[in-house]
Design a protein around this ligand. Structure first.
Ligand code: ATP
Length: 215
């Protein structure tokens, strides 16, 4: 039996495309936090901003293929449906209002994203509704901006087990067994005709190839 009160993990990103770095991190995070489910929330990105890319519907579909049959992972289309710029502050506020005040909400992001946090709209308010769980990223040397460091100091906890009783407000930097893969590397491989075997699910690769994505 899973306990929904244990909380909800939300993993946001462009997922252009989804890969094992995302999927394995999502599994490891559920295990670490003891939460029964994780929601993958692709952001809305207007198609064809720069160079070859995929549409929001295609990114959403690739997420659905990748998580098909996995009951612990859900794809959530609220940012794609909302269109326009996807603000994490709005997304987390909407999850918070669905969960109520007492259930822990964990927003999961990579350290590379955390290093840009001070450029996000209303970034200081994120911990008013959620905890932040920041994942180490292989091969990435983080430079956390001074204002993020200063702001985070009072909120940092070493062990996520220490925040299970709290619904929001803490920041936890964690190092899991992350896979060294990025979406940009996969896009580059597909562009030059190399199959990104082992970097993302085979069915997602097939979908990308059938639709000529990133070529
Ligand atoms: P790109 O290469 O285009 O920047 P990406 O691989 O970083 O893409 P995103 O969709 O931008 O993928 O990432 C969504 C979230 O997942 C971000 O917070 C990012 O830091 C995190 N993330 C992506 N890949 C990994 C990985 N291999 N390990 C841990 N976190 C990751």
């Amino acid at each position: 039996m899973t306990n929904p009160e244990a909380g909800l993990a939300v993993f946001g990103g462009t997922f252009d495309p989804i890969h094992f770095g995302h999927l394995e991190s999502a599994v490891a995070v559920m295990d670490l936090l003891g939460v029964p489910r994780v929601k993958l929330v692709p952001s809305f990105v207007p198609p064809h901003r720069t160079g070859p890319s995929s549409t929001p519907a295609q990114r959403l579909f690739m997420l659905q293929i990748a998580t098909c049959g996995n009951n612990a992972m859900e794809v959530d289309d609220r940012e794609v449906s909302r269109q326009g710029v996807s603000y994490t502050a709005d997304t987390l506020a909407s999850f918070r209002s669905e969960l109520g005040e007492a259930t822990p909400l964990y927003f999961v992001l990579g350290i590379d994203s955390y290093c840009t946090l001070n450029e996000w709209d209303r970034w200081r308010s994120l911990t008013d509704v959620a905890h932040l769980v920041v994942l180490d990223r292989p091969g990435y040397s983080p430079e956390i901006p001074a204002e993020v460091l200063a702001w985070s100091r009072r909120r940092l906890v070493d062990d996520p087990k220490d925040i299970k009783q709290l619904a929001f407000g803490a920041i936890c930097l964690v190092s899991l067994a992350q896979v060294d893969v990025s979406a940009s590397e996969i896009r580059e491989m597909l562009k030059i005709g190399t199959r990104p075997t082992g970097k993302m699910p085979e069915k997602v690769i097939d979908f990308a190839l059938e639709h000529g994505l990133y070529c």
